[in-house]
Ligand binder design. Structure first.
Ligand code: NZQ
Ligand code: ZN
Length: 388
């Protein structure tokens, strides 16, 4: 049964190769000081920085720059940004980058005026913001996380060996997000395919939970089919606008709260992947790729009908004469071959994980109960060993 829910998403999207033009109009809604935040410099090489700062200057904004947001942004960087945003009394945080930069901007937006340690308040006690929250705008340059239209903000605390995802309420969603598929053309192939798997994983985390045959599952299947189709084109030709634009749109819908409505969700692959990320600092999508197949094999029995449906409805595997178990196996094999075909990591050892790291990764893994089997720490260890 589709459960009770409310649905609204406050992020205004501008999509397409001309979408940056809308920044002019959006900027008029905010005060004069803009905190421009970005990563390690890719936007300076591909011209996006020049295009954005030109518009900011034309709109008479005072630009405060906060660069060097690293992939898997750290708590120390969060403190630095919060201090800078507060000292400059900024009116808007404009994040230009991938999930790391946008997640980071949301963290800063809720931390700048927070009177407590934001790590404790948001990423440990998981509380909502009770201070002034600075509005965030996003210009997306790499797809995968869905951060452009959700409240997620993942921060890594290396000292504690933890990578934690806080999901803020709608007050912290980007007020607007600019999605120009051409901005993603320069993403290195490794990052690009990691992003593709992140999208797939977001959909699977919401799909592989509950026995229901509800609308969300049909939407999820459509999104997965679109992603699989376009990913095959994009790996051969990363500048294929049609493929990159469809993937960008799929990515946003994969994690903007729509497809989880009225159903339970899993998220255990992300819990293991994030714990692995905290120890190795590996690329998020690759950590998910490294553990997904062993994880799904481990839990498959509890949701065999859904895994069989995944085989037929997503991978077009012929049903006739096969048991649900056989179909479920074939579906996972199809997933694995697609992963190999597009060039994903399928072993955690490729990310530097060793047998010795496994206990620490298991310790950092939050155990959730939304999937087909609630894992114990020992089972996480088993899955991690199998992933090596
Ligand atoms: O830092 P720069 O120089 O910009 O380079 C980045 C970075 O090295 C590069 N890049 C991005 N756009 C580019 C580009 N290089 C060339 N051309 C471009 N157009 O790509 C690298 C990776 O960027 P990053 O932002 O780290 O990747 P992604 O978008 O995958 O974000 C990962 C972070 O998001 C979190 C992850 O845990 C991780 O910390 N997540 C956020 C979620 C959310 N908000 O809901 C959910 C996800 O499950 C995920 O956990
Ligand atoms: Zn993810």
């Amino acid at each position: 049964m589709l459960g009770n829910f409310s649905y609204s998403n406050p992020t205004k999207l501008f999509f397409g190769d001309k979408s940056l033009d809308y920044l002019h109009k959006e900027l008029k809604n905010y005060g004069p000081t803009v905190l421009l935040t970005y990563g390690g410099g890719s936007i300076k090489k591909n011209g996006i920085y020049d295009a954005v700062t030109k518009i900011l200057r034309e709109e008479g904004k005072c630009i405060v720059e906060l660069s060097g947001v690293m992939p898997n942004p750290t708590v120390e960087k969060l403190y630095e940004g919060a201090k800078m945003a507060r000292e400059n009394n900024v009116d808007l945080i404009l994040a230009v980058g991938g999930g790391s930069t946008i997640d980071y901007a949301k963290g800063v937006s809720c931390s700048a005026w927070c009177e407590e340690d934001p790590w404790e308040k948001y990423y440990t006690r998981m509380e909502e913001a009770s201070c002034k929250v600075i509005p965030v705008g996003a210009i997306l340059t790499m797809v995968g996380t869905g951060s452009e239209m959700n409240g997620g903000s993942v921060i890594t605390n290396h000292k504690l060996g933890l990578k934690v995802g806080k999901v803020f309420g709608s007050y912290a969603f980007p007020k607007f997000a600019i999605l120009n598929p051409e901005f993603t053309f320069t993403v290195p192939q490794y990052q690009m395919v990691a992003g593709f798997f992140d999208i797939m994983s977001h959909i699977m985390e919401q799909y592989f939970s509950d026995a229901d045959d509800n609308t969300s599952d049909y939407i999820a299947e459509g999104l997965m089919k679109s992603l699989i189709h376009s990913s095959r084109i994009a790996v051969k030709n990363p500048k294929d606008y049609e493929a990159r634009s469809n993937i960008m749109w799929t990515s946003t819908w994969a994690l903007n709260t729509l497809i989880s409505k009225g159903k339970t969700t899993d998220w255990e692959v992300h819990m293991i992947g994030q714990a692995m990320g905290a120890i190795t600092d590996a690329t998020h999508g690759m950590t998910l790729a490294a553990v997904s197949i062993p994880y799904y094999r481990h839990v498959m029995e509890g949701g065999i009908a859904k895994f069989a449906r995944f085989a037929t409805n997503v991978w077009d595997i012929e049903r006739s004469g096969k048991s649900e178990r056989e179909l479920a196996d074939e579906g996972l094999k199809a997933l694995e071959s697609w992963m190999q075909e597009i060039g994903l990591v399928t072993r955690s050892s490729e990310l530097g994980v060793t047998e010795e790291n496994i206990p620490a990764i298991a310790d950092g893994t939050f155990l959730l109960d939304g999937g087909y089997k609630q894992l114990t720490r020992e089972e996480v260890i088993e899955i991690l060993k199998e992933s090596l």
